[in-house]
Design a protein around this ligand. Structure first.
Ligand code: 5GP
Length: 192
């Protein structure tokens, strides 16, 4: 998506450790006009899928998921990050290795909000190694719901998450794919 690539080039910053900082428009300050265009693009890409719910993970997926949900006319459920799980049978749970914080956390979704009748689109801001998305897929599988696809704002194509999901047959639509980035020069290469 050209508009998103322009935002990344103009406002993004490449940091050490394969981190792309986009906090001026995506995951700290949020450009809602851009989000609206992203939502329209995901709607176009998944127009044929019978999506009735969007699933994301707190915190930075929530904003884009909500704006996308307006396009789809469906509710958003966000998986909550839990410090420790109280396994009381009321929640679906999975473990996620955080790329940016380098620790493992539990994500939980109430069983009330995911059922075998649901057709889910996962939305998230970044795809790196795929841990966050895989945690959400585990939860969807546990619930018996159907995964219709995954919509990502920025995929880092030099990390393995996207490749592994595509190999598994997951329908993955990333609005921008960064194939290379250089912290020294700030240079970025996009896949087209
Ligand atoms: P994964 O679970 O695919 O390894 O990483 C995805 C998650 O880590 C995203 O939800 C995002 O919050 C965070 N993340 C991964 N890479 C980056 C990055 O380059 N920049 C930022 N800002 N967040 C990232």
């Amino acid at each position: 998506m050209e508009l998103l690539e322009q935002y990344i080039c103009k406002n993004g910053a490449v940091k050490e450790g394969d981190v792309l900082k986009v906090d001026s428009f995506l995951n700290h300050q949020m450009d809602v006009g851009l989000f609206a265009e992203m939502g329209k693009e995901w709607k176009r890409l998944f127009a044929d899928a019978p999506i009735n719910k969007i699933l994301t993970v707190e915190a930075s997926g929530i904003g884009i998921a909500c704006v996308a949900a307006q396009e789809f006319g469906v509710p958003v459920v966000f998986a909550k990050k839990a410090q420790s799980i109280n396994i009381d049978g009321e929640v679906y749970a999975s473990k996620v290795q955080s790329f940016t914080h380098r620790r493992v956390y539990d994500v939980i979704v109430s069983k009330r909000f995911l059922t075998p009748d649901d057709h889910i689109l996962i939305i998230d801001d970044f795809l790196a190694n795929g841990c966050a998305v895989n945690g959400l897929i585990d939860i969807i599988e546990e619930s018996g719901a159907t995964l219709e696809g995954v919509g990502i704002a920025i995929e880092k194509g030099f990390q393995e998450g996207g490749k592994l999901l595509r190999e598994r047959g997951v329908r993955l639509e990333s609005l921008a794919i960064v194939d290379a980035m250089d912290a020294a020069t700030g240079g970025l290469t996009f896949r087209h």
